[in-house]
Design a protein around this ligand. Structure first.
Ligand code: GLN
Length: 283
């Protein structure tokens, strides 16, 4: 005889299962997966506590719960996430945009009061930064640049989903040689995890997100060195280079910016009080 699984019973079961698997927010993740399958929002879960799941819904939820239990990120299972109040598709080809990275978007908007210009987003991944900036700066030309053509395909789709694809060029290339062009603003959330930090990452990140978007040589600093070195030839006069950094990298990245001859170098903390963005501009 088959058991009846009501929404509440399923919610409790999944929450317990996720708890056993060491997941940070077991109840929330259970709610979000159930909401996705039932095609309701989170409130809809509470309104449907007594409703039994049908066999089709049971079939859909089981593999998702199993994969989340294996620490696949929730966002990959849902297929999307939110960033800067927009929706972005995410696949394992792209790093999942983090709320912390919104600080980089905020800084970019603070530093570009002029009416128009050109922006380069280096290592654009899902396109989250490029698309968010294109949305806020309607007169600016935006280019998203990435080594991964698979990531660029996701970014392009995200541009279309957000109705901004005609404003953005997507270019495939290595950040060691940026496009031969000058920009008024270069932004980047490059890979910055040091090899020594790798083993301590959460399994969601370490086992499922693209390593090429995370790991960087030279103790996590390689990309900053390459970006800073090219900044003088790729920025317009007074143009800004703004990068996201790891919490321990502030002093080293500021030094790299200084060595490259940038001025007005500063560090911005995130809302948790951790160093998050370093900026500097061309003379
Ligand atoms: N902040 C990311 C993390 O939590 C790292 C992002 C990056 O390397 N650019 O793992």
């Amino acid at each position: 005889m088959s058991e009846t699984w009501t929404v509440l019973k399923m919610l409790r079961w999944i929450t317990g299962y996720f708890q056993d698997k060491g997941i940070d927010s077991p109840r929330l993740d259970a709610e979000l997966l159930l909401a996705e399958i039932l095609k309701v929002d989170r409130i809809g879960i509470y309104l449907n506590y007594d409703r039994p799941l049908d066999s089709h819904e049971l079939e859909l939820i089981r593999p998702l719960v199993r994969k989340r239990g294996q620490r696949e990120p929730l966002q990959y299972l849902l297929g999307y996430t939110e960033f800067w109040s927009r929706r972005f598709q995410v696949t394992p080809d792209v790093l999942i945009p983090r709320p912390d990275t919104e600080i980089l978007v905020e800084e970019a908007l603070r530093q570009v009061p002029e009416m128009l210009g050109r922006i380069l987003d280096v290592g654009t991944g899902s396109g989250a930064i490029a698309i968010s900036l294109a949305g806020e700066l309607p007169k600016w030309e935006v280019t998203g640049f990435d080594l991964s053509s698979a990531a660029l395909a996701v970014a392009k789709e995200n541009g279309q989903l957000n109705g901004l694809d005609d404003r953005i060029s997507w270019i495939n290339g290595d950040l060691a040689s940026l496009p031969q062009q000058t920009y008024d603003l270069i932004v980047s959330n490059p890979p910055y995890i040091a090899t020594s930090e790798w083993d301590a990452l959460m399994p969601e990140v370490r086992c499922h997100e693209p390593q090429m978007a995370l790991l960087a040589e030279e103790n996590g600093l390689l990309c900053y060195r390459l970006l800073a070195a090219q900044a003088p030839s790729r920025l317009t006069k007074g143009g800004w280079l703004l990068v996201e950094i790891g919490a321990t990298q502030g002093a080293a990245v500021k030094q790299l910016f200084q060595d490259a001859g940038l001025r007005d170098i500063y560090l911005r903390e995130d809302y948790a009080g951790l160093p998050r963005v370093v900026g500097g501009r061309r003379d």
